[in-house]
Design a protein around this ligand. Sequence first.
Ligand SMILES: C[S@@+](CC[C@H](N)C(=O)[O-])C[C@H]1O[C@@H](n2cnc3c(N)ncnc32)[C@H](O)[C@@H]1O
Length: 368
Amino acid sequence: MTHFGPNASVSGMDSSYNEHSTAQNEAFEHFWPWLEDAVTHSSAFVPFQQSGLISYADYGCAGGANSAAQLASLKSVLERAGFLGGDGSSQLQVTLVDLPSNDWNQVAAAFFGPGAVGCAEAVLPCMVPKSFYAGEVAPPATLHIGVSIDALQWLSHTPPVSLKDGMMYHDGGQTHVEAYKRQFEADAEHFLRLRANEFAPGGLLLLVLPGTLGDRSCGEGAFSAMSHAATELCAQGKIDASLLEDFLFPVYMATEDELESIVYKAGNWEVMQRGGVSLTTLWDAYRTSEDADAYANTVTSIMRGVCAPLMQKCLALSAETVQELFEKTAALVKTDPTKYSFKNIQVAVLLRRTRRRPSADIGRRSTE
Ligand SMILES: C[S@@+](CC[C@H](N)C(=O)[O-])C[C@H]1O[C@@H](n2cnc3c(N)ncnc32)[C@H](O)[C@@H]1O
């Protein structure tokens, strides 16, 4: 089994991600009212009003288009609530976190192009090219609001299991599910302990991630289409069989219950909201139009935006083979949109940092 090291998702997103990430932003928009309401109405947020500086972090900003839109929503609710603007004294510190290999030029263009949200006078921007598992990204107790949208499903590394047929852990049955679940629990707990160090008491953290509801998990049909397409290319000698056999995506699709129990295990966070949803906009549009071609192209673009760089790297694919892989994926989805559907299943929690400070010895792992 190949281990991809501590930065398993080191390849980041494809350069096309910004254009094909409405599914991820839809997930944010679904759960955003929790955060909006907590900032606007809860007494939790009032202490920050006095400080003159509100500090916000986005863990996993990718190409930045969605993250900029999400920041714009937050900025306007802070303004409406009177925490920002008005007398002109308040500032909004913005910390954007992603892997060193992320395309930071794209982030800069999305946030700091003419008229973009990052150029507002009140915004103090900061880009942090660092794994969110690799340590803190801000000084102790300085952050007030954070979001991580569709990023925490990426594990710090692939668990030591291999699978001949399939690229997703759930294709491998119970042993694989258990190994991935354990890895997710360890990673998410570590993430929360690090964030507990960075957040001021009362600070709010919204975590949204693709997950599992009942017996369905996010994108499972589309992952199968990619896997079947890769198997076909392997049979044609275009993908190395041993690399394909070793390859599993380092992602876990948690349930709401799993997420909540990790929060309690990590300590220092209170669960204000929890939920899960299957967002059906894409599927509904297909059912209305019955345009299988358009549906297949959209699903494939979503998968390509998220998966192409990692697959290219781990499977040693040429640019031509990547192209062929996703053309085959689209052809399969088009042939059977029900079997290869993309279910946009998302789980989320809104957390509040409790008043107790973390003890000095937590939040660090020697391997990171
Ligand atoms: C699907 S994108 C989500 C982007 C954005 N939040 C959105 O709403 O569209 C996931 C992002 O998480 C980043 N990511 C994955 N693992 C990470 C890690 N360990 N540390 C920092 N970023 C990570 C990926 O590089 C990618 O840019």
